[in-house]
Design a binder for this molecule. Structure first.
Ligand code: HEM
Length: 122
């Protein structure tokens, strides 16, 4: 049987490492930092755990995602197209940092791109 994207990316630990790399890039970005300003460390840790579960589940891993859907969880944040472009720039930088191969990279970018319509609202 063909290997899942989850397996090809290296499983839970690899996806966790990706989230650990990506989130500080987002929260320290001058445009995006406002979304993480004044949030407590434990809330941020919880959000990271949910992101890891979401990505593992979406990539075909044996992980249950206990969070809310993308539309509901981002509704009212006013995430704009410019925010989205900045977000994707960091996703690409993280994928570069882990030297994710082209096939897996395009699958990850396509999956994330598919959530845009639920997340960008302004
Ligand atoms: C510019 C783009 C984005 C921004 C600024 C952003 C920001 C945030 C923030 C601030 C939260 C915490 C919400 C809360 O605690 O109530 C959150 C939750 C979350 N985000 Fe995003 N996000 C973005 C894009 C994405 C994308 C592309 C994905 C997935 C591919 C994603 C996955 C999640 C998940 C899984 C949660 C947790 C949902 C839950 O609390 O149930 N986000 N996001």
């Amino acid at each position: 049987m063909a290997k899942s994207l989850y397996e090809r990316l290296g499983g839970y630990d690899a996806i966790t490492a990706v989230a650990n790399d990506l989130l500080p890039r987002l929260s320290s970005d001058p445009l995006l930092g406002r979304f993480w300003a004044h949030r407590g460390a434990d809330g941020v840790a919880r959000e990271k755990q949910l992101l890891i579960a979401f990505l593992c589940h979406a990539a075909g891993g044996p992980v249950y995602y206990p969070g809310r859907d993308m539309k509901l969880s981002h509704k009212g944040m006013g995430i704009s197209s410019a925010d989205w472009e900045a977000f994707m720039k960091h996703v690409n930088a993280t994928l570069d940092a882990f030297s994710v191969p082209p096939t897996e990279r395009s699958e990850v970018v396509a999956f994330i791109g598919g959530t845009r319509g639920d997340i960008v609202e302004a």
